[in-house]
Design a protein around this ligand. Structure first.
Ligand SMILES: [Zn+2]
Length: 204
């Protein structure tokens, strides 16, 4: 995270003003999803930090987390910034008047896991669609040698329909099967998204 991002959260009040973390009611399903997702994409240490924040009834400092987990402060901070990057945690910083150092108060936003999952699914859909568009808008050629790459019509033309790698003759490559696989995956993803939305709304 950049210094600019940090300074956006600057607050010039007293350290004593330890706000209560807003107690947001999340479902057991959200709680489970959060823990699974964090563990999966950020790893064990970030998961441990997440659990401390999840169970805290007030904003928590990196030092408090470090003590609770017996984890090096540096590691705790890394984990917290990871959560910040994932937009699952925010912080407030306050200057301690006696030491002049900044103290960071962290809050977890477990309810944001729904938006996070939705965004990830959207990304996957977008990539699949992009790939399908590419397959649909190009003609491909191959020398039928499994070790050589497939080329586009333009590349085949430029090389006089001769493979650059093995000098074999380039023939039209039928990508119908590939397009079908991509279409099936897109449809499957659409179904998963519909199901996820229902689960999030608590319909299932
Ligand atoms: Zn070849």
């Amino acid at each position: 995270m950049s210094r600019e991002a940090v300074s956006n959260f600057d607050e010039e009040s007293d350290v004593g003003a330890n706000k209560m973390a807003s107690k947001i009611n999340i479902s057991e399903r959200q709680r489970q999803t959060l823990i699974e997702v964090v563990d999966d994409i950020a790893g064990e240490e970030v998961k441990q930090v997440t659990l401390v924040l999840l169970n805290a009834d007030k904003e928590t400092t990196d030092e408090e987390i470090s003590e609770k987990l017996d984890m090096r402060l540096n590691q705790v901070r890394k984990s917290l910034y990871k959560l910040y990057d994932l937009q699952l945690a925010t912080f407030r910083r306050i200057r301690d008047k006696s030491t002049g150092w900044f103290v960071y108060f962290w809050t977890l936003h477990p309810e944001r896991i729904d938006v996070f999952v939705e965004k990830k699914q959207q990304e996957v859909m977008f990539k699949l669609q992009e790939r399908l568009d590419y397959e649909e808008s190009n003609m491909f050629f191959t020398c039928n040698n499994p070790e050589c790459p497939r080329v586009t019509f333009q590349e085949a033309m430029d090389n006089n329909f001769e493979c650059e790698h093995c000098s074999g003759r380039l023939e039209a490559f039928d990508n119908e099967q590939l397009k079908q696989v991509l279409t099936d995956k897109i449809n499957e993803m659409k179904e998963i998204r519909e199901k996820t939305k229902k689960i999030m709304k608590g319909e299932k």
